[in-house]
Structures are given as C-alpha cells and as structure tokens.
Ligand binder design. Structure first.
Ligand SMILES: Cc1cc2nc3c(=O)[nH]c(=O)nc-3n(C[C@H](O)[C@H](O)[C@H](O)COP(=O)(O)O)c2cc1C
Length: 202
C-alpha cells in the first residue's frame, strides 16, 4: 500500500468551494494525510525538517490548490524554495525523493478550451505546470499530469462537483492500492481525462 501526502494550499479556505469539496472527499482515507500549509504556516515560517520528514514517509506527494495567476498559491513556491534542499532533494547526494510519484490536483476558473494555443489563456495546463514537472524530474521523482477541475468560473453544478470529488477519491485509492497505470498516465494531458482507462482492476 502506498502512503499519500497531500500538501493542501488555499489562502482563503473559508471561501473555497471546489478545493474544500475535493479535500473532504479524501482526507479520511486510510493511508492518506492532508497537510494544510496555510493553516500550519500562517506566517510562512515553514518547518523544513517536518516537511522533509513528511515527504520521506510518503510515496506519493500531491500539491492540491486553486490555479492563481497561472500558478500555485505563494506558499507552495515558499515550500519548494525551502524544503527542496540541495543534497536532500537534488544534487549528486540528494536522493530523498527518488522514485516518489508527484502531481498537482488543481482547480481553475477557465475551462479546457481556453487553455489552448488559440484560446484565451494561450497555453495548455501541461505547459503552464511544466516548472512542477521539471522540478519533480530534477528531484528524481515520477511526475504525472495534473488532476484538474476546470471551468469553475461558469459555476459548477452540485452534481458535477460531487462527480469530481468522487473521481479524485477513486484516483487516490487506486494509487494507494497500486491499481494505477503510471506509465500510461504520463501520456495523458490530465489524470482525469480518461481516468477509467488508468485504473487497473483488482
Ligand atoms: C487571485 C486569483 C487568481 C486566479 N487566477 C486564475 C488563473 O490564472 N486561471 C484560472 O483559470 N483561474 C484563476 N482564478 C480562479 C480560481 O482558480 C478559482 O476561483 C478556484 O479554482 C476555485 O476554487 P475554490 O472554490 O477552491 O476557491 C483565480 C482566482 C483568484 C482569486
């Protein structure tokens, strides 16, 4: 069974609808821990030793967050800058994260049609999240495409939100129980593009 760490970052958690629903869907699953970065570090004083230990203890590391200005909220950048130390995460002796799986679970106002070369946002989600894949690669991790809930500006009907939360839950359980086709997932634009094809039967 894989152990899963969800680094959750939402600067206005009280106003969150989508991330809050996704979080509720997975936070009590066995083998899963949600590390709420803004609640733990309201002053941004990240405890590097604690965060490194959490990473070492888990096999899958996820950043869950809303997409803000085509990026993750600021605390995730702070986390990357402080926690991923040379000699621990990267460099000739930095192998602490080797072989771990990494991806983002993100929510975005714009829908997938706007995240195209000819769309309003010009770039695909894959292109805009490439600094994360490059970082994971440098740290010897296996980077997967994001799980993404897109088009929330239009308003997401309750039924659709529930369906996304269930998909997220199924993804996490499949990863935890080693029933997920990692090799095929790498080639998908989003993890939830064709999720059923990636989940292996028990
Ligand atoms: C400061 C800020 C920046 C945002 N930037 C983007 C963006 O670059 N692209 C996008 O699609 N949506 C953007 N949005 C919309 C959020 O992604 C959206 O409100 C969020 O995913 C909804 O999730 P929540 O209910 O958990 O807050 C932005 C929202 C805020 C408040």
């Amino acid at each position: 069974m894989k152990k899963i760490l969800i680094n959750f970052a939402h600067p206005a958690k009280g106003r969150s609808k989508i991330n809050a629903a996704l979080k509720v869907a997975v936070e009590n699953l066995e083998g899963v821990i949600v590390n709420d970065l803004y609640s733990t570090y309201p002053d941004f004083h990240i405890d590097i030793a604690r965060e490194q230990q959490l990473c070492e203890e888990h096999d899958v590391i996820i950043f869950q967050h809303p997409f803000y200005w085509y990026q993750a909220p600021a605390i995730i950048k702070e986390w990357l800058d402080l926690v991923l130390e040379h000699g621990w995460a990267y460099g000739s002796k930095g192998k602490a994260l080797e072989g771990k799986i990494f991806f983002q679970a993100l929510t975005a106002g714009g829908d997938t049609t706007t995240y195209q070369p000819n769309g309003a946002n010009l770039f695909t989600i894959g292109e805009l999240t490439s600094p994360f894949s490059a970082t994971a690669n440098l740290c010897h991790m296996t980077a997967l495409p994001p799980f993404a809930v897109m088009g929330v500006h239009r308003g997401l009907p309750e039924e659709q939100l529930k369906a996304y939360a269930e998909e997220y839950c199924r993804l996490i359980i499949a990863l935890r129980d080693d029933r997920f086709d990692i090799a095929q997932a790498k080639d998908e634009p989003l993890l939830n593009h064709r999720l059923d094809n990636l989940i292996l039967r028990p």
